[in-house]
Design a protein around this ligand. Structure first.
Ligand SMILES: [Zn+2]
Length: 280
């Protein structure tokens, strides 16, 4: 099938929070075959941050180029849309149902959910959003809950992900089944003012907004936001007073995606100090 440019819309329509990575619609190692299942992974990434594995999942490294999954799942339950074409996530394994041996990448969508993988650290948001999102994807491709498969089921001799899911993969599929039957309940409403594990998502405004390595104007610029976008802020810190566009504000938002700080002025929220974001 052509690139899966429907991924973001289908997840949004499923009631999920969605973050689209620039260029996802054309990213991939060629076009997928027909989608016959969803493969579930954990990132085995860092313990802190909302989706600290973004770079490795999107870009890979010299041992295996990215994308290494079409989708990510952050600790705050946000689905991160990374690629619409083939991703290198399944590796050797199978066969499984109608997916031929060693052809998981061609026929299965890969999801890399953020988890250290060595202890049960799934957040309440992930416990809701992971099966909810998988159900939305399966519904779109007209496949049943049995087509949600763990990487460790595909390649049991060399893989353990996803680990520590309540009820393991059967428990996961039971949740997917509930959503497919319309018994999963509505998506939880965001709770403004409550700190969220992994950070809160905000819109930004302004053009050419610089992200610095420290909350200081003379620290190196690590990224520039060309225009309005969405960012996840995991904490905020008092730093240099910034005066711009008629505002002045000493508070800076830490954006783990860029491993840097941007002034709260260009976060699209009326308060100088962002609600529900820890100070650090
Ligand atoms: Zn995996």
């Amino acid at each position: 099938m052509p690139n899966m440019t429907w991924l973001a819309d289908v997840l949004r329509q499923g009631g999920l929070k969605v973050q689209e990575e620039n260029g996802w619609q054309t990213r991939g190692h060629g076009e997928m075959g027909d989608v016959r299942g969803i493969m579930l992974h954990h990132t085995a990434g860092p313990a802190e941050g909302n989706y600290p594995s973004l770079n490795i999942v999107r870009d890979g490294d010299s041992s295996l180029p990215g994308p290494r999954a079409q989708l990510g799942l952050g600790r705050d339950g946000t689905w991160i849309v990374i690629a619409a074409g083939i991703a290198y996530h399944a590796g050797t394994g199978g066969p499984w149902e109608s997916v031929p041996k060693n052809e998981g990448n061609e026929y299965m969508i890969g999801v890399e959910a953020e988890s250290v993988g060595t202890r049960p650290d799934w957040t309440p948001e992930q416990l809701d959003a992971y099966p909810r999102g998988v159900a939305a994807l399966l519904k779109h491709v007209h496949q049943p809950a049995s087509r949600a498969i763990g990487h460790k089921e595909w390649a049991p001799e060399r893989k353990s992900d996803p680990a520590f899911w309540p009820g393991d993969m059967d428990g996961f599929r039971t949740e997917v089944e509930k959503h497919l039957n319309g018994q999963g309940g509505p998506a939880p409403a965001p709770s403004p003012g409550q700190p969220q594990p992994g950070g809160r998502e905000f819109g930004t405004w302004g053009t050419g907004v610089k992200v610095h390595s420290e909350p200081k104007l003379d620290s190196p610029v690590v990224h520039t936001l060309n225009g309005p976008t969405k960012v996840t802020v995991d904490f905020q810190r008092r730093g240099d007073l910034v005066v711009a566009d008629g505002f002045s504000n000493p508070w800076w938002a830490h954006v783990p995606q860029f491993n840097g700080f941007m002034t709260n002025i260009y976060i699209d929220h009326p308060d100088s100090l962002l609600p529900g974001v820890p100070q650090n």
